[in-house]
Design a protein around this ligand. Structure first.
Ligand code: ATP
Length: 679
C-alpha cells in the first residue's frame, strides 16, 4: 500500500469511529430520555406510595447514572477478536465508561467493567486473550482525534510507550481528580478487579495511583455486586475534606452516584469535638491498649445478683432465686454479645423464667401484653439496673476518665500510674458528658465504647485512603464497620505524619480485623517527574520505613531549587511565572505562613483558592503543608522546607509528602538551609 493509501485508510477508519461515537451518544441520549420519561410517570404506574418512592429513587439514580459529559469520551478503546477466540471470533467491541445499547439492545459500547473489557487492560503480546488488535483512542475535549493500534496477534505491544497513555499522564492538571478508566495499567487492573471477598492493602509510593485504584475498585465492585452493595453500602474514607472534595467527582463520572465518602472523624462523630488534646494525651488515647481498658470498663458494669427477684402478678407471686439469676448472668456474659444486646438477653431470660412459672401454674401461655408487663415490672427493672445497667458510650468514657478508681481498675496492668495520671489530667471533663469539651481522640474512645455496647451497621466494602496515618484505635473503628465486608487499604508508610503512623502494614491489618489481607506494592509513578522523585527520594533514608522505591514514568518535568532573599516576593514572582504555563499552581508552605502568602498574592492581583475549593476559577491554590496529602498540582511552589520540617515531630515525612505533589514542575524556594538530607 502506498503511503497515501495508508493515510486514506486511517482517515476512513477515523471517520468510521467518529460515526460510531455519534451513534453511541445518540443512543445514550435515548436511554436517558426513556429513563427520564419513566421517572416522570413513575408515581402513576406504581401501586402505592412506598413503591412509587422506591421506583422514583431508582429512576432518579438511573437518570443520574446515564448522564453524559460531552467533554469526556464515551469510549476510549476497541478490542478486535481474532478468529481463534471461540466466543467472540471476528467481533469487535468498543470499551467505554458505561454500557450503551442501540434500539435493538445490541451493545454499541461495553462498560469497562464487563468481563470482556478485562482484556483491554490485561491482554498482552505474550497472552493476547483472543484479542487480535487493541485500539486506544485519543480525545481532545470530547472529540475523537486519533487512535493507536497494537496488533497483539503479531506480537506488537506498546505498554507504557503508548503515545496516548503518555499524553494522558503528561496532561497538565487542573481542577478535581479524574477517572483513569482509559489507561488503567495491568498491575492496577489486577487490584481493581480483585474479588469482593478479598481485602487488600496497597503500598505505593506517591503518585503510583493508589487513590485511583481504590476508587475504580469501588466502581468495579458496584458493577459486579450491584444489589448486594447497594444494600450494605460502599464507603470511601479519606484524610480530610479537601481530599474528599478533590476526589468527589471521580465515581459520579463513572456513573456511581451512591458511594459514601467520609473522614474517620465524620464516621465516629457521636459527640461534638470542641477541644484539642495535648499530643502526648492524644497518642495515649489512640493507643491500642485503650481498647482493652474500655472493654474492662464496660465489663465491670456487669454485677453479681445478690437478691432474688419477686414479682406480684394479681393473686400470684413469682420468684427467681439468686442462683439461677447468677447462672443466667454468667451465661450471658460468656456469650460475648455487645453489652446492650446482653442486657436485652438477660431481660428476655428473666421474663422467660417468669413465663414458665406462670404456665406451670395457669396451664396456659401468657399473652404478649403479659410478657411486656413482666418485662417492665419494677423488681425486674431494678434487678436489671443493678446487675446489667444501661450504658451510654459517652457516659462510660466520662465516668472512666473522671473516676480514678474506675480507671485504675480498668487499666490495671495495662497503663502505669503515670499514664493513668496523664489521661486524667489531660482530659477536661465537664460535670456531665454533655458539658464536656471532647477532643477528636475522645471521640475515638467513645466510638470504641459504642462498639462494645452496640455493634454499628457495617459496609459491604470500605476503601481507606492514606491509611498509614490511622491510629490503632481508628483502625478498630473502621474494623467495626467492615466486619462482614472487605476493605481496600491504600497508603504509603513513607508519608506517615501522624504520631501513631503505621510502620508495618501487618499491624494495621490486624487492627482492622483483616490480618490475612494481601499486601501488594505499586511501583510505577504516574504523577511526579523522575527528577522530582529523585530529589524527594533523598529524604527516604531518614524516614525510617521499609518501602520499595518508585520508578517514575515521567521523563519530562522540571525541578528548580533556589535560595532567595525575600520569600514572599520570590513566591509571588514564581507564581506569576508559573501562570504563563497551562495547569494548576499549588503554593505549599508551613501552616503558619499561608495567610501571609495569600495576602501577598492577593495584593499582587493573583486570585487564590483554598485546598477544598476544587471547582474554582482560580488557578492558584495556597495550601498549608498539613492539608496537601493526596492532592496534586501541575506546578508546585514549595516555600521554605525548613519551616515545614520544624513545624511538627514528623516534619521530614511531611516534607516528603509536600515534595511529591507536582505533576510537571516543582520550585523550591528557601532562605534557610535545606533540611539535612536535601542539602
Ligand atoms: N493508569 C493511569 N493512567 C493515567 N493516569 C494515572 C494512572 N494511574 C494514576 N494516574 C494519575 O497519577 C496521579 C496520581 O494518582 P493517585 O493520586 O491515585 O496516586 P496515589 O498513589 O494515591 O498518590 P499519593 O501517595 O500521593 O496519595 C493522578 O493524577 C492519577 O490520575
Amino acid at each position: 500500500m502506498t503511503l497515501h493509501a495508508q493515510e486514506q485508510t486511517l482517515d476512513d477508519e477515523l471517520t468510521a469511529e467518529r460515526t460510531h461515537l455519534d451513534t453511541s451518544r445518540a443512543a445514550l441520549r435515548r436511554m436517558r430520555e426513556r429513563a427520564e420519561a419513566l421517572f416522570a410517570t413513575g408515581d402513576k404506574v406504581a401501586g402505592d406510595a412506598y413503591t412509587a418512592e422506591q421506583l422514583g429513587r431508582h429512576m432518579a439514580r438511573r437518570v443520574a447514572e446515564l448522564a453524559d459529559d460531552p467533554t469526556t469520551p464515551l469510549f476510549f478503546g476497541r478490542l478486535d477478536f481474532g478468529a481463534a477466540d471461540p466466543d467472540h471470533a471476528g467481533r469487535d467491541y468498543h470499551v467505554g465508561r458505561r454500557h450503551v445499547t442501540d434500539e435493538a439492545g445490541e451493545p454499541l459500547v461495553l462498560d469497562w467493567r464487563a468481563p470482556i473489557s478485562r482484556s483491554f487492560y490485561r491482554a498482552s503480546a505474550r497472552d493476547p486473550q483472543g484479542v487480535a488488535v487493541r485500539r486506544r483512542f485519543g480525545f481532545s475535549t470530547g472529540a475523537l482525534t486519533s487512535f493507536e493500534d497494537e496488533h497483539l496477534d503479531r506480537g506488537e505491544e506498546l505498554g507504557t510507550a503508548s503515545r496516548i497513555l503518555t499524553a494522558e499522564i503528561e496532561r497538565p492538571r487542573v481542577g478535581p481528580m479524574r477517572d483513569i478508566v482509559a489507561t488503567i495499567q495491568p498491575e492496577q487492573d489486577e487490584l481493581v478487579r480483585a474479588d469482593l471477598a478479598d481485602s487488600i492493602c496497597v503500598q505505593g509510593a506517591p503518585g503510583t495511583g493508589k487513590t485511583a485504584v481504590g476508587l475504580h475498585r469501588a466502581a468495579y465492585l458496584l458493577y459486579l455486586h450491584r444489589e448486594r452493595l447497594r444494600r450494605s453500602g460502599v464507603l470511601i474514607v479519606g484524610p480530610n475534606r479537601a481530599f474528599l472534595s478533590y476526589i468527589a467527582a471521580v465515581l459520579p463520572a463513572l456513573g456511581e452516584v451512591e458511594v459514601a465518602q467520609a473522614t474517620v472523624e465524620d464516621l465516629i462523630a457521636r459527640v461534638p469535638v470542641r477541644a484539642v488534646d495535648d499530643p502526648a494525651v492524644a497518642t495515649l488515647k489512640h493507643d491500642i491498649r485503650m481498647a482493652e481498658v474500655l472493654r474492662r470498663a464496660v465489663d465491670r458494669h456487669i454485677g453479681a445478683p445478690t437478691e432474688p427477684i419477686m414479682v406480684s402478678d394479681g393473686s400470684f407471686r413469682w420468684r427467681i432465686g439468686v442462683d439461677p439469676l447468677h447462672r443466667m448472668v454468667e451465661e450471658t456474659r460468656r456469650e460475648g454479645l455487645p453489652y446492650a444486646t446482653g442486657r436485652e438477653r438477660v431481660l428476655a431470660r428473666v421474663v422467660g423464667l417468669l413465663q414458665r412459672q406462670s404456665e406451670a401454674r395457669r396451664a396456659e401461655s401468657p399473652s404478649d401484653a403479659w410478657l411486656r408487663r413482666m418485662g417492665r415490672a419494677k423488681p425486674v427493672s431494678a434487678f436489671l439496673d443493678a446487675v446489667w445497667p444501661a450504658l451510654s458510650p459517652e457516659g462510660l468514657v466520662h465516668s472512666l476518665l473522671g473516676d480514678p478508681e474506675a480507671l485504675a481498675a480498668a487499666a490495671d496492668g495495662l497503663l502505669n500510674a503515670d499514664e493513668q495520671a496523664l489521661l486524667r489530667a489531660g482530659t477536661k471533663l465537664g460535670r456531665t458528658p454533655k458539658a464536656t469539651r471532647w477532643t477528636t481522640a475522645d471521640a475515638v474512645l467513645i466510638d470504641e465504647a459504642a462498639g462494645l455496647i452496640e455493634r454499628p451497621a457495617g459496609f459491604g466494602h470500605v476503601v481507606v485512603d492514606e491509611a498509614q496515618d490511622l491510629s490503632p484505635m481508628q483502625c478498630r473503628a473502621i474494623a467495626r464497620r467492615s466486619e462482614h465486608g472487605s476493605i481496600t487499604l491504600l497508603g504509603d508508610l513513607a508519608q506517615g505524619t501522624a504520631p501513631w503512623a503505621a510502620t508495618d502494614w501487618r499491624v494495621s491489618l490486624a487492627h482492622l480485623g483483616k490480618p490475612d489481607a494481601l499486601v501488594v506494592p505499586l511501583s510505577i509513578g504516574f504523577r511526579v517527574p523522575a527528577a522530582v522523585v529523585a530529589f524527594a527520594n533523598r529524604l527516604l533514608p531518614a524516614l525510617a520505613v521499609d518501602v520499595p522505591a518508585a520508578e517514575s514514568l515521567r521523563r519530562d518535568g522540571a525541578l528548580d531549587v533556589r535560595t532567595v532573599d525575600d520569600l514572599v516576593a520570590a513566591t509571588v514572582a514564581e507564581v506569576r511565572a508559573a501562570l504563563g504555563h497551562d495547569g494548576s499552581v499549588g503554593v505549599i508552605a508551613a501552616d503558619d505562613a499561608v495567610d501571609r502568602l495569600r495576602a501577598a498574592l492577593a495584593a499582587d492581583g493573583v486570585q487564590t483558592a483554598t485546598a477544598d475549593e476544587v471547582e474554582t476559577a482560580a488557578r492558584v491554590t495556597v495550601v498549608p503543608a498539613t492539608l496537601v496529602k493526596g492532592l496534586e498540582y501541575d506546578h508546585v511552589v514549595v516555600v521554605e522546607p525548613a519551616a515545614i520540617v520544624a513545624a511538627e515531630p514528623r516534619g521530614l515525612h511531611r516534607l516528603y509528602v509536600v515534595l511529591t505533589r507536582a505533576v510537571s514542575r516543582l520550585s523550591v524556594l528557601h532562605t534557610e538551609p535545606l533540611p539535612q538530607p536535601l542539602g
